[in-house]
Design a binder for this molecule. Structure first.
Ligand code: G3H
Length: 496
């Protein structure tokens, strides 16, 4: 159970502690932040409201710990990570329980998130050993005018302190996707979890604590964004920010200093369906891609762009599958669970009402109880409707009928977002041409968008982000190149 057994030390009475200097602590602020259960809409947990002074101490400790960590042999760093991964998987149930209560993730998916996270940490340890164990040797005489008298040895070295800010929808997985590459590369790590999901993240951090990482190397501060948000992202002690979330990321990018940024800021992933597509496959992927975790995934299918000639048939197939979705509390493992907050539900409802007023066809009746919104497919959506462009982050999906593949690509590319997209066709040549034309970080052919497997590159264009993620890219991104040049007194070939 959450907050008991090995996790008993992370809670004091009712309030979860924050993690700094290898210890679980209460904030000197004496204040806490309440986490509302999206299903019951009542307070579920409380976390510390950390102060700026506490953030300063965390940064100092991180800086000191990082210097020693960078000198810890790579194989040893990997061993710590493998240990943390095993502990994380061993304690998947209490952590999953937090995900169910804090973010209403269906129980089975919550367990999957923790297991996937353990696997991600182990894979990162293995990948890191290989990537960071290799360097490069350059010789000078390949550049015009040079003799063979200089040898350049380059390798990857850590950046320093990485600030990780994951989103509410994967507070464990999208935290470890930042923590593990940072640590294997020799960086220190400061985690600012989302408020919804903070308690799951604190449990996950305790698994790293139990693995025995050096004091101060990993910290987790909780609290109000208004008090410590900008303070963290603009802190001079931070050498890299890895953020996943909404358009707050754009503001962070503008305020952050001259440091590497890894930003993933959402998407309006288009699903282009051509006339020759397998419509059963299309329907299965639209339902899975559009409605899993109630559409609260940056990679969810967020707009269907379908050829008019097959639209009626495809919409009927999607409706039939949607009718089988279970709707209710996450504890009962329902497919559709309450969205994360009342404000989120209100925002989704605003998009639905706008579409209604402008004449979209409702394939189901719109229904909402509290934060629970019944899955809805909106057909005959037109570009003047907000839902054609905005990201609902809920179980509501627009269908736009198109007359040509070009029209679909045009709509996709007119979006401010450019995370992923997908195309359904049996014609691989057309699929490749459409993939090339879509201005998104990834295009899936004959499958819904998805980030995983976690070692695949994952990146967005335009307002969807900066930099590339995925295990290998994240390790590379959290390092810089360091070179040493050996200068010979005369060209090497003058000997012998
Ligand atoms: O919400 C953003 C996540 O990166 C999506 O990950 O495709 O594994 O659901 P996913």
């Amino acid at each position: 159970m959450a907050g008991t057994g090995v996790f008993a030390e992370i809670i004091d009475g009712e309030v979860y502690k924050y993690y700094a200097d290898g210890e679980w602590k209460k904030s000197a602020s004496g204040k806490s932040v309440s986490i509302i259960n999206p299903t019951t809409r009542t307070p579920q947990y409380m976390v510390q409201a950390c102060t700026q002074e506490e953030v300063n101490k965390v940064m100092d400790a991180a800086k000191a710990a990082q210097k020693l960590w960078a000198r810890t042999p790579l194989w040893k760093r990997a061993e710590f990570l493998h240990k943390a991964a095993a502990i994380l998987k061993e304690h998947k149930n209490p952590i999953a329980e937090c995900l169910v209560k804090e973010i209403a993730k269906p129980a089975k998916d919550a367990v999957t998130e923790v297991v996937r996270s353990g696997d991600l940490v182990s894979y990162t340890a293995e990948d890191g050993v290989r990537i960071l164990g290799e360097g490069k040797l350059l010789v000078s005489d390949s550049f015009p005018g040079n003799e063979r008298s200089k040898y350049c040895l380059s390798s990857k070295v850590p950046l320093g302190v990485v600030l990780a800010i994951p989103p509410f929808n994967y507070p464990v997985n999208l935290a470890v996707s930042k923590i593990a590459p940072a640590l294997i590369a020799g960086n220190a790590l400061v985690l600012k979890p989302p408020t919804q999901g903070a308690v799951a993240a604190l449990h996950m951090i305790h698994c790293f604590h139990l693995a025995g990482f050096p004091k101060g190397l990993i910290s987790c501060v909780t609290g109000k964004g208004s008090e410590i948000g900008d303070f963290l992202t603009m802190h001079p002690g931070v050498n890299c920010i890895s953020f996943t979330g909404g358009d707050t990321g754009i503001a962070i990018s503008k305020k952050a200093g001259m440091i590497p940024l890894q930003m993933e800021l959402g998407g309006k992933d288009a699903c282009i369906v051509l006339e020759d597509a397998d419509l059963d496959l299309v329907a299965a992927n639209i339902v899975k891609g559009g409605y899993s975790y109630s559409g609260q995934r940056c990679t969810a299918v967020k707009v269907v762009l379908i050829m008019e000639s097959v639209a009626d048939a495809a919409v009927e197939k999607v409706k039939a599958k949607m009718a089988k979705l279970s709707i209710g509390p996450p504890e009962e493992n329902c497919d559709i669970t309450p969205v994360v907050s009342e404000s989120s539900a209100n925002f989704i409802e605003g998009l639905v009402m706008d579409a209604k007023q402008k004449g979209a066809t409702f394939c189901q009746e719109y229904r909402r109880e509290g934060n629970l919104i019944w899955p809805l497919l909106l057909d005959h959506v037109r570009p003047d409707m907000r839902i054609a462009w905005e990201e609902p982050f809920g179980p509501v999906l627009p269908v736009i009928r198109i007359g040509s593949a070009e029209e679909g690509v045009h709509h996709c590319n007119a979006s401010n977002f450019g995370l992923q997209g997908c195309v359904f066709t049996r014609d691989i040549n057309k699929a490749m041409m459409i993939s090339d034309a879509m201005e998104t970080g990834t295009v899936q052919i004959n499958s819904a968008p998805a980030r995983g497997p976690d070692h695949f590159p994952f990146q967005g264009l335009k307002d969807s982000g900066i930099g590339s993620q995925g295990i290998t890219n994240s390790i590379n991104m959290m390092t810089k190149i360091k070179s040493t040049v050996i200068n010979l007194p005369s060209p090497s070939y003058t000997m012998g």
